[in-house]
Design a protein around this ligand. Structure first.
Ligand code: FAD
Length: 267
């Protein structure tokens, strides 16, 4: 990557204006992922001075600014009260502390990385994204946006819900990317099931959720059937990390474990 100019924006308006002055201008978060690319950047725009570095707890939600680092997310004790700490745990499994001290929530969400250990748990919770021009929308809708607008991610908003949660990142070595990752949550008797690193981007197992959420009792047979429906409906693929078959097997196992865990922990 080559950067010709570095611009520390003082306001969000200033950052947005600079972003749109040149097609190769971009926002820089921690810069860890950008650094690995071969991009030629006219101006990298830093948001650090515009007040997006806080985690704000309100009565009903947590608002996490784009410049908050993943280490700050991991260490936040209040966030750990949500869904059995799946966000804190998800982030904890990313590389080492040095990287987590650098990389940001903004870069991690805007990048829409298919291997993301942040997006998978967030999707299984009630999470929204706030863009400067695009406004507020569910994380699910943001992930589906096809065009890469020249916009700025300001913050994510997580509803304060004390549901039950399970998150598992299957990786081959301690510092590796996920071979597959699975989040299962339960709130008011409703389950959500999300699978990421398939190797494509995290998504809901919609049919499996519909099936399990229509059952009056969660028996071992229901759990088995739910996991089966999930892997039948989701698309898995092969890459250098794992084959489609292996991913399918793993997803079924971890969905089953997730459903068991959130069901058993309720009692
Ligand atoms: C070696 C390595 C290993 C990793 N392993 C994992 C892993 O196992 N699991 C995992 O989940 N993640 C992993 N990551 C990804 C990491 O967690 C971050 O998600 C990633 O580095 C992006 O964060 P950043 O702050 O570095 O973003 P940057 O590299 O600065 O930016 C990434 C992209 O987002 C854009 N951007 C940044 N902030 C904003 C904003 N506020 N608004 C609009 N656009 C913005 C940038 O223009 C760029 O396109 C790894 C990264 C590295 C370098």
């Amino acid at each position: 990557m080559e950067i010709f100019n570095y611009f520390k924006a003082q306001t969000i308006e200033e950052a947005y204006k600079k972003l749109n002055e040149n097609p190769s201008n971009l926002i820089i978060g921690g810069g860890a992922w950008l650094r690995l690319s071969s991009k030629v950047v006219e101006t990298a725009i830093d948001l650090i001075q515009i007040g997006l570095s806080q985690i704000v707890e309100t009565e009903s939600s947590f608002e996490i600014g784009a410049s908050v680092t993943l280490r700050e997310v991991e260490k936040n004790e209040s966030l750990a009260n949500l869904y059995s700490s799946i966000v804190n745990n998800g982030v904890h499994g990313i590389m080492g502390v040095a990287l987590r001290n650098l990389v940001t929530v903004g870069g991690s969400i805007f990048g829409k990385y298919s291997f993301s250990d942040l997006i998978t748990p967030l999707l299984a919770m009630n999470t929204e994204v706030e863009m400067y021009k695009g406004g507020r929308m569910p994380l699910e809708d943001f992930l589906k946006l096809r065009t890469r607008e020249k916009d700025i991610l300001l913050k994510i908003i997580i509803q304060k819900e004390e549901g039950l949660g399970y998150y598992y990142k299957m990786k081959k070595t301690g510092l590796d990317f996920a071979v597959i990752n699975v989040a299962v949550t339960k709130l008011n008797s409703k389950f959500k099931i999300v699978v990421g690193a398939r190797p494509s981007l995290a998504t809901f197992a919609v049919k499996a959720m519909e099936y399990v959420n229509n059952q009056s009792k969660i028996t071992p047979e229901v759990i088995e059937e739910t996991a089966k429906i999930a892997v039948e409906e989701l698309k898995f693929g092969t890459n250098s990390k794992a084959s489609e078959e292996y991913r399918t097997e793993l997803a079924q196992v971890y969905i089953r474990r997730g459903l068991k865990e959130v069901t058993n922990n309720e009692n």
